[in-house]
Design a protein around this ligand. Structure first.
Ligand SMILES: Cc1ncc(COP(=O)(O)O)c(C=O)c1O
Length: 396
């Protein structure tokens, strides 16, 4: 099966399962889980930060960072499509009692003048702007990489207003392998960073907060309040260490495959791909408005591609390549075949059962293609690409 929905759909391979089963563990609420401590030390050292904290999810990680950086009633600035704003179920309002000032952008990195204009003057009847959030790579913008020069300027801007900078680095790994800029260089500009092990790196669970020791201690306190204190969590940390040490470098292959895939589907005149956006593991594309989306979904199903609604603001397509691990008794193969396709269609659809966003010119479907090669595990990527190509050719 090729499931193209998300880079979170990875499953641990045999080697990862081995390290999970043999992990040395202790009670992490007591700070006594050696494997978790090791993971935290390793990742903190890699990013050149004083300390790290292992947490269950990227959402909790982001939210704990906001919690330690803000006071109730503050305002934070984020891109309008930032995960923190778009997908975290208003958690900043609930957990930190802050509001978000969003700024729309073309690639996920709002114009610095607009950010500066959004910073509140220090007057009692305004909320205090306390944090600016950056997402790198940017999920909803299609895996775009924030240029390092932009980050430097953003940092200087934030600093000049005494505002903290938070990085949602769920996919910072992808930016690192693509640009060759190391983790510490990215990290030095941020007060807090959230990184995920459970996206392209392929670990089943886990994110880390990186910061100074003081903020990490505060985050540990709030992690407990939110029920995120875990006990023998070394079994998960072991998977994280494995993912960091073995799978990080493999992201490059995902990017190559994403580019290949994008260039292949762009040959179809009904598909429009902006190649300038194909920077990491996500491919976005637009379907021609003449394509009936219901037919499209139908054909997808017949060709083993399952479509489901997905809301998308500016673009009609999104496809994520991610590491995917399968095992066999003979050998272990790594297949960067996971992707999600979201298709934004402008057309005459007014009803479609599982539609989330039913605006006639803003209907998004995400598609997964469950193709499975059982006989052979080689060439599965090629099978994946061929199948989607085939699907596109047959459909149109
Ligand atoms: C950019 C970004 N940040 C944060 C998260 C949240 O991660 P989690 O699903 O582990 O809560 C995601 C999830 O996809 C994401 O894409």
């Amino acid at each position: 099966m090729i499931d193209l929905r998300s880079d979170t759909l990875t499953r641990p391979d045999e080697a990862m399962r081995q390290v999970i089963s043999s992990a040395e563990v202790g009670d992490d609420v007591y700070g006594e889980d050696p494997t978790t401590n090791l993971l935290q030390e390793k990742i903190a050292a890699y990013f050149g930060k004083e300390a790290a904290l292992f947490v269950p999810s990227g959402t909790m990680s982001n939210q704990l960072c906001l919690k330690v950086l803000t006071s109730p009633g503050d305002e934070i600035i984020a891109d309008a499509d930032a995960h923190i704003f778009y997908y975290e179920t208003a958690a900043p309002a609930i957990i930190s009692n802050v509001q978000i000032k969003t700024i729309s952008s073309q690639f996920g990195f709002p114009d610095l003048n607009q950010i500066e204009n959004a910073i509140r003057p220090n007057i009692y009847y305004f909320p205090k702007t306390s944090v600016i959030c950056l997402e790198n790579t940017h999920n909803r913008h299609g895996g775009t990489i924030a240029p390092i020069e932009y980050i430097q300027k953003l940092h200087d801007l934030a600093d000049s207003y005494n505002i903290k900078l938070h990085l949602d680095g769920a996919r910072i790994w992808n930016a690192i392998v693509e640009t060759g800029i190391d983790g510490a260089t990215y990290a030095k500009y941020f007060d807090t960073i959230s990184v995920c092990l459970s996206k392209g790196l392929g670990a089943p669970i886990g994110s880390l907060i990186l910061s100074n020791a003081e903020y990490i201690e505060k985050a540990r306190h709030w992690r407990k309040i939110l029920g995120g204190g875990m006990r023998q969590v070394g079994i998960l940390a072991a998977a994280g260490i494995y993912a960091f040490e073995n799978n990080f470098k493999r992201l490059k292959t995902d990017h190559e495959n994403a580019r290949l895939f994008a260039s292949l589907i762009s040959a179809n005149e009904q598909i429009n791909v902006d190649m300038s956006r194909i920077q990491t593991n996500i491919v976005r594309f637009e379907l021609s408005s003449s394509v009936n989306p219901l037919d499209f979904i139908d054909k997808c199903k017949k060709k083993w591609l399952i479509a489901k609604p997905f809301r998308w603001t500016n673009y009609s397509g999104c496809l994520l390549f991610r590491n995917y691990f399968r095992t066999s008794t003979h050998r272990r193969r790594y297949y960067p075949i996971r992707a999600s396709i979201s298709i934004k269609l402008s057309g005459n659809i007014t009803s479609c059962e599982p539609i989330i966003s039913a605006g006639p010119d803003n209907i998004i479907f995400s598609i997964c293609s469950p193709l499975r090669t059982t006989s052979t595990q080689t060439g599965i990527l090629e099978v994946g690409i061929t199948s989607v190509m085939l699907f596109a050719i047959l459909f149109f």
